[in-house]
Ligand binder design. Sequence first.
Ligand SMILES: [Zn+2]
Ligand SMILES: [Zn+2]
Length: 495
Amino acid sequence: MFDGSDLSAMDFQAMSDEGLIDALRTAHGAAAVAQAAEVFAARELYRRHRADSAEPGPGGVRAGEFAATEAAVALHADEATAGALIDIGMALEDSLPRTRAAFAAGRIDLAKVRVIIDNTRSVARDVLDDVEPRLVEAAGRTNPVRLRQAARRWVARLDPGGAQRRRERRQDDRDVRIRAVQDSMAVFDGLLPAPGAQTVAMRLREMSLQVCAKDPRTMPQRRADALVALADGSGHLRCRCGRGARCPKSDMPIEAPRRPLIQIGIPADTLLGMQEAPAFLAGYGPIDAALARILAEHARFQVIPERSDADEVAESDAAAHWQPSPRLDREVRAVDGMCRFPGCVMPAAESALDRTELLPAHRNTARTNLAVLCSRHHRLKTLADNAKHPWRVWRADTDRLQWTAPTGDVYTTVREGARYLFPHTDIEAPTPPYAGLHRTESPPGDTSYSPDRPTAEDLLYPLNGYVVVHGQLRQIAQDNEIPEDEPTPAHNAAR
Ligand SMILES: [Zn+2]
Ligand SMILES: [Zn+2]
């Protein structure tokens, strides 16, 4: 019934409106069948990894831990998405057979499957037997938002005593996360137990009222500034009325904010205003040159020289537990910018330095032979280097690190930080067609660039905020990996 080759051969211009609606339904069903196949394939990959990779004890492979990594690099998706696909596959198999069958047949799509899973967790078995057929039936004739409302209502009605159990279980899902959106903005959101969330909200409101009435900011703007003030240690909003000592709030003591909690890589000529190359905000990505210069006003600077192979700094590694010098450490973090695993965006400051391979001693510890890896991918590489895991990693040249997956697929990563610090090395970037500065305004009515509209959820994987429950999979997002006890890297590289 759902045949992709038929769909691609369809002549939409020749169809009646009824024919187009039919084609939409058919295509959506085919997409759901394909989503189900992805989920089942990822789940099976995980089952196999789990069956043959367990090796208990420190330094061993935790069962199945890199199945999501392998799926993610193959799909060019992030590991949290791949982990969610596996988790969904396990939930369907363990407790939702009817949902699984409807998904496999293309009668319900991934978004609705997710709603059903989200709303039937920690629901008693007998209640689930009663409610699942109704949810599958409802999913066939409604959209995900209405389905979510119906699911909550029915579960509450059938299992009123389960509310406390679900609340307690749900508290384990508490989390705070940020998501980069366009225009140097990021969405900061999270899931908190209601009393904690209310505490944060009340504190932000209290801080928003610490400035005088002439402060030009709206309440939403003040709340946003207050949250940052909480984090940077200043703890108070500084009034922006511009009245100096005449401001009734001018005598309020405000601590100087703690600096460098963030790191920015910026080319020297851009810092001086001679060029407008994008700068790199660690953990976020590119920001515009003007914003980088504003942030730089209070910054501490570290100069990262561009080095050719010939003038590499080499350091002796005679010591048994070799540590790079602060200078070498800082230069490697700056030119790598972030974890060197394919697709990983963990900032360099939150990651560790890894020696790629043992070369002759004089080059052993040169900048070209070190790479930044987050704790999760450092673990993967260490296991691979010790032949405990079938990934292989080698350095193709001073810039490129190559990763061979267990299936033989090869992925290459480059030194991202260097692309920002030394823009002439960014040879894959398109060259600007216009000479000089070029300003673009959004056309009237076009709000697609509005910073308060986050990028749409990934339509193919509607898994934003999906909470993974299966134990091993919970550690998949790099942000969630708790580093082993080692001297923590200084937060002052590359600034
Ligand atoms: Zn004021
Ligand atoms: Zn990583």
